[in-house]
Design a protein around this ligand. Structure first.
Ligand SMILES: C[S@@+](CC[C@H](N)C(=O)[O-])C[C@H]1O[C@@H](n2cnc3c(N)ncnc32)[C@H](O)[C@@H]1O
Length: 219
């Protein structure tokens, strides 16, 4: 592989699964670059302050900080990621919240969440679906953990803008937003809103979905 192809593949791989020192740098970049999208996703949850919330694929961990702020001292936050590097960094950074029981971190894939059925009031998952092969498997798991009426906010870059980024050809799975909406519905979730973060045609997409009230997902 030529050096450029190698560098782009390495970058795509680090974004999908941050590892080691380069992974920690990627985590910090993600927190900076995705700040407005993550903030908008947390705001879209609109849940009570004592809620149980989750960031699925938390990466650099900014979402964990914003969710902790959102729930105050009475709620709880779960963070799930497959990267031991991201888990170790978040364990260090949020040791106080972990110590008080407000934050629990889990090394696990979204496709097999280590969380009980109907236990979560709201979850966010941003910039993760590019690395997931079976959308239905992952979103069914998200639906399973939501309480009736609980919300899931899915964030993804605009597919056209994403496909112009050179590294996305090296391991990203870019899907039309309509496919993600269809998969959410197949997984028994209502798609309540499709928001954009930004004003141009490349603006980031936030899909706000919810578990039907009174209808717990079996499992
Ligand atoms: C591009 S980063 C996004 C991080 C953060 N959500 C953000 O928007 O800044 C993708 C993160 O998802 C994690 N990830 C990838 N596939 C995953 C999966 N199947 N289950 C859980 N986490 C996953 C990666 O380890 C990485 O930390």
């Amino acid at each position: 592989m030529d050096p450029r192809g190698w560098a782009l593949t390495a970058m795509a791989s680090q974004l999908g699964h941050p590892r080691g020192l380069p992974g920690r740098v990627v985590g910090r970049m993600l927190n900076r670059g995705n700040r407005s999208a993550i903030g908008a996703a947390v705001a879209a949850l609109s849940v009570p302050r004592d809620a149980v919330l989750a960031d699925l694929g938390f990466g650099g961990g900014l979402g964990l900080a914003l969710l902790l702020r959102r729930v105050g001292t009475t709620g709880q936050v779960h963070g799930v990621d497959i990267s031991t590097t991201m888990l170790a960094a978040a364990t260090r950074r949020y040791r106080h919240s972990i110590g008080t029981g407000r934050l629990a971190l889990h090394l696990a894939p979204i496709e097999r969440l280590p969380l009980p059925t109907s236990s979560i009031d709201g979850a966010i998952t941003l910039n993760t679906l590019y690395f997931i092969n079976d959308l239905t498997e992952a979103l069914s798991e998200c639906a399973r953990i939501l309480k009736p009426g609980g919300r899931l906010v899915v964030g993804l870059g605009d597919p056209v803008a994403m496909s112009r980024m050179p590294f996305t050809a090296h391991g990203f799975r870019i899907r039309p937003v309509g496919d993600v909406i269809g998969a959410l519905r197949r997984c028994t979730l209502d798609v309540d809103e499709h928001r954009r973060v930004g004003s141009d045609s490349n603006a980031y997409h936030l899909l706000v979905a919810s578990a039907p009230p009174g209808a717990g997902v079996g499992g």
